[in-house]
Design a protein around this ligand. Sequence first.
Ligand code: AMP
Ligand code: GLY
Length: 424
Amino acid sequence: MKVLVVGGGGREHALCWALSASPLVDQLYCAPGNAGIAKLAACLPVGAEDVEGLVATALEYGIDYVVVGPENALVLGLVDRLCEVGIPAFGPSAAAAALEGSKGFMKDLCREYGIPTAAYGRFETLAEAKAFLDTQKLPIVIKADGLAAGKGVVIAETRAQAEETLADFLSGNAFGAAGHQVVIEEFMEGEEASFFALVDGENALPLASAQDHKRVFDGDEGPNTGGMGAYSPAPILSEEVEEQVMREIIEPTVRAMKERGTPYKGVLYAGLMIQEGRARLVEYNVRFGDPECQVLMMRLRSDLLPALMASSAGQLKSFDLRWRREAAMTVVMAAKGYPGAYEKGTVIRGLDQLEDDPDLVVFHAGTKLGEKDEVLAVGGRVLNVTALGWDLGEAQKKCYAALAKIDWPNGFYRKDIGWRALKG
Ligand code: AMP
Ligand code: GLY
């Protein structure tokens, strides 16, 4: 089969890595890919959000199956368009991708189906939003309704900050149309974890558990990022919690989407807040987490492709996946300055010496090949050093030993990935 992966980050490198091991895949393509992906797949110069360009490319190359990594193209209807031209694809339709594309849609669905999540209100005018604010406690969470590249959430500690954020979002200055509606919600205490399930419109198959570190600095301090590291399994997702999440969150959501005539297919990623052994939903994403996907792919023993295809084809009912017993960890190496401004084009050396250990993979996120085939850093999150170990402690040791060998003076990484799980 000819398979095309859409995207060019660490998540897509991990997906390409897993797919390249499938005996079903004859030719692997990635659009646009990166320097690491280029070793596994033919990289095609089409942007991950260029829906029409991607459809034309898939037709031109005779692609049999498309795997969509990031959310934007899903929300823009890439899977619908591919379906129209007869190319099956992994991921939800635009209507189903609203679970991530509109926070208000997701919250209304939770209310209607009794899915545990933070109490909230939805507003389009500043006056109504402020009136609601008066009835709420601090801190309070303010979210732009639409996609805002992970920047549309503010946890306001003061009323002044809350009002400023509302004015900023609702004026359209911060995120344009994505901010024209806001959700104001209760601040939830607890520990966050990521829960993934493959969904085929009707059935949901939970994946291995994972947890990421969103804050940029050690000790989970500093601004939020896309994720500075992740590990699997996540001890906080005990069997009881997983069972509760399936019963109270995932299954009702799958049922709701089917009843609305917009069945959900693809991977459903529930961001959870866990307190005293009970999980509540923070948000839905309609894609794999990044960097959680990297650790999941390291632990997946089964062939990934049939699982993704079963999701698209509505055939997950009797599907099973096998996972390695070992633990996996990934540590993100980012460009100094991230998540703020950072330099692009600096050279990364020393990656070749990390290629011999089968239990260690450096997934590339923001890289490209330079004119002399050198690896250049071109993004904020740049490398994902990922290892398997008998337990998380061993995986962590391997990650940090490998990081010490990478020669990239402009890079930095957290030194404490996994601390919650390892504190014993
Ligand atoms: P989201 O984009 O909705 O995942 O929000 C980004 C981050 O903001 C989450 O990962 C949480 O750390 C935090 N967050 C969002 N909503 C809440 C909430 N209601 N209570 C506490 N923290 C939240
Ligand atoms: N790691 C968080 C995310 O993918 O949104």
